[in-house]
Design a protein around this ligand. Structure first.
Ligand SMILES: [Zn+2]
Length: 693
């Protein structure tokens, strides 16, 4: 808790999440999977993004607004957030890896940010630097076009960056800027007479205000977060832009989830990233105020997303057009959008739902999106990014903002900065505690020192996960004592790839926890399952070991029959990883591959390939390219591209009846590792043998 200079703090009886994550600063990750990605993020990605922010004027915009240099604002009205997100990621990185040069660089950036703040706390560089010249919402009157201006969205990312920088360095420079801004926003907006009514067009400030509340104890911030959520869909009319105007997409209240009060929303619609940030904020409100109605609403939205609108990779948002959710079961593969930021939003939201409920189902979704939908967003070398993350490529359709592969940067550059702050936070998702329960949520080798129930517990995790399913934990309870270890047994190890009926295993393996084994000090113990966790409550002494073995077989997955794009197709998973066929491993083609039922798939670890991966290989069939066609998917007619993109092709794939099939050796790689060997065909979904006659 820090002093906010505020008059009302209520530290005594604050409600919070019942489960506390073990902070990433207490978890040293030393595995061969995440540790190299986190290190690459620190050494390559963060400096590369800052470089792009310099080159594109994103940092100068602050200096111009602060009258440190002369010039006009450059770029989109939300470009400040790319700087804020990367400051946040860099701060997380500093917390576990001191780097004096990066520390000093951040001080310089923060000085420019502080200079751009107006005397009363307002901070929005497009207006301050070049009033009225940038885009709608940047004119003379502040807060006048909130649906499009991103003033409050920008503020949210400022608060998150400030909280991270303060925790990393103990320096208040950016935090003071953030609190001054938050106090202005709190003075400006509210129900009371003389205050302005409104809500942001792009959610983000809500969960960020909750962070400031938890840091300072200032209740105003929590109340303001709830106020902004409660204002949505309550009759405030949105400014209408003329048809054809770039901003006319904001005439539609569903785009920004303002068509109904949030408590009445039971279907995920509109812009996918916004929905996840909104839902994360709503989960915060449910946890920190105990508001049951909020929890009910957020659960309904989750059921809709995970039951009807989520891809196998955990990604969401089907349509390029307006970066939106599609209808229920509208999950096109070639033209799917699955923005990296929406995947990160899914992780943030599902983590919160676990912390509130203790149910592992949310962690199953989180694991799915971490290992697949998020990780694909950045190249192995840390320099190239996906904005959309489709499950299929024909090598021609330039789905990634003009490319059919990853790109070093984007005009709208939300995703790279988001990746840069997500990766360093991964160690913080491994463990959590509640009273005398220690949760093992993710399987990542390393060591942690955990404060719980009046003791410091050391835990060492040894595993080659996700390549191998054996996880060995060594416990050091400090002094001998009784507490519980709850080890997540992933849904995929219990015959449930997702906690809904959207995807299921098609290979007939037995249900239940078959194949999962647990040993304590070498002796087998029965699984005592609760909420998706295997519970072990005992008196622990130094050196006690727990070994969990999760079955790492290649599994065939099918989608719910209502997902027309996946009808007649099968996908392959192994452990938490979704696999795909990519052209370079399969004779230059991937879209005509037919996976016969019962064909064996052998796992082979290839340390030399794509950063070290386990491939799956077997015998399959392949159709000649001419036999694979696209079926016009009329239901997806709304998926037309926006004006910055080429029109997407028809997404649905079909094999011509009577197509000649030839035997072919099949090699599958993890989905996250695709697109490192040139542009070409890739598919997660393979034709099923029963789909041809
Ligand atoms: Zn993005």
């Amino acid at each position: 808790m820090i002093s906010s200079g505020a008059d009302q703090t209520d530290t005594a009886n604050r409600k919070d999440y019942p489960i506390t994550p073990v902070p990433f600063t207490a978890v040293k990750v030393t595995d061969g999977f995440w540790a190299p990605r986190i290190e690459t993020n620190r050494k390559v990605t963060i400096p590369a993004i800052f470089q792009k922010c310099e080159e594109t004027g994103r940092i100068d915009n602050f200096a111009i607004a602060g009258r440190l240099i002369k010039g006009e604002y450059k770029g989109e009205r939300y470009n400040d957030t790319d700087v804020y997100k990367t400051v946040e990621g860099a701060s997380y990185s500093l917390m576990v890896h001191p780097d004096p040069a990066l520390h000093r660089y951040l001080d310089g950036v923060i000085a420019k940010i502080a200079a751009a703040q107006e005397p009363d706390g307002y901070l929005y560089t497009p207006r301050t630097a070049s009033p009225g010249k940038v885009q709608p919402g940047t004119g003379e009157e502040r807060w006048s076009e909130l649906a499009v201006s991103h003033e409050l969205y920008n503020a949210g990312h400022l608060y998150e960056a400030a909280a991270a920088h303060f925790m990393a360095t103990g320096k208040r420079a950016l935090l003071d800027v953030a609190l001054k801004n938050a106090d202005l926003v709190a003075r400006t907006f509210g129900e009371r007479a003389g205050k302005r009514r409104g809500f942001p067009g792009h959610q983000e400030i809500e969960l960020a205000l909750v962070k400031l509340y938890r840091l300072t104890g200032k209740r105003d911030y929590l109340d303001l977060a709830k106020y902004f959520l409660d204002q949505r869909g309550r009759g405030l009319t949105l400014r209408q832009y003329p048809p054809g105007n770039r901003f006319a997409i904001y005439n539609d209240a569903t785009q920004i989830q303002a068509h109904k009060p949030v408590l009445e929303q039971d279907e995920a619609v509109g812009h996918a990233v916004r929905l996840t940030y909104m839902a994360a904020g709503m989960t915060d409100i449910a946890a920190l105020t105990g508001d049951e109605a909020y929890f009910g609403a957020v659960r309904r939205l989750w059921n809709n997303v995970v039951g009807k609108k989520m891809y196998l990779t955990g990604g969401i948002g089907s349509r390029h057009d307006r970066e939106r959710f599609g209808e229920a079961y509208e999950l096109p593969n070639l033209t799917g959008y699955l923005e990296t930021c929406a995947s990160i939003g899914m992780a943030l939201w599902n983590q919160r739902l676990f912390l509130l409920t203790g149910e592992a189902a949310y962690l199953d979704v989180m694991e799915r999106v971490m290992y697949n939908g998020i990780l694909s967003g950045v190249s192995l070398d840390g320099t190239l990014f996906f904005y959309p993350n489709p499950l299929e490529s024909d090598g021609k359709y330039r789905f990634n903002k003009g490319r059919a592969g990853r790109a070093p940067w984007f005009g709208v550059a939300c995703c790279p900065g988001n990746i840069s702050r997500f990766l360093p936070s991964v160690p913080g998702y491994v463990y959590a505690t509640r009273d005398d329960v220690l949760y093992v949520n993710m399987f990542v080798a390393g060591e942690a020192k955990i404060e719980m129930a009046g003791r410091a517990v050391g835990i060492t995790q040894e595993t080659r996960y996700p390549w191998d399913g054996t996880v060995r934990l060594t416990i050091d309870p400090g002094r001998k004592g009784r507490f519980a270890l709850h080890i997540r047994v992933p849904g995929w190890a219990r015959n449930r790839p997702v906690p809904t009926d959207l995807y299921s295993y098609a290979d007939g393996a037995a249900g239940g926890e078959t194949g999962v084994a647990l040993r304590v000090n070498g002796r087998a113990v029965a699984l005592d399952m609760d909420k998706g966790f295997a519970r072990i409550r005992r008196t622990w002494k130094r050196g006690d070991t727990v070994e969990a073995v999760l079955p790492m077989a290649a599994r065939r997955v099918v989608a719910h029959p209502a997902v027309k794009d996946d009808a007649g197709f099968v996908a392959v998973e192994r452990g938490p990883l979704v696999y795909c066929a990519e052209a370079p491993d399969n004779g230059g083609r991937a879209l005509g591959i037919v996976l016969p039922e019962g064909a064996g798939l052998e796992a082979e670890h290839r340390p030399d390939k794509l950063g070290g991966i386990t491939v799956l290989a077997g015998q399959a069939l392949a159709a000649e390219p001419a036999a694979v066609s696209r079926v016009r998917d009329v239901e997806a007619k709304d998926a037309a591209a926006d004006d910055e993109e080429e029109a997407p092709p028809s997404s649905r794939r079909a094999l011509a009846p009577g197509a000649r099939l030839e035997p072919r050796r099949l090699v599958l790689i993890p989905y996250y590792a695709w697109a490192h060997r040139g542009e070409g065909e890739m598919s997660v979904w393979l034709l099923k043998s029963s789909s041809i006659r």
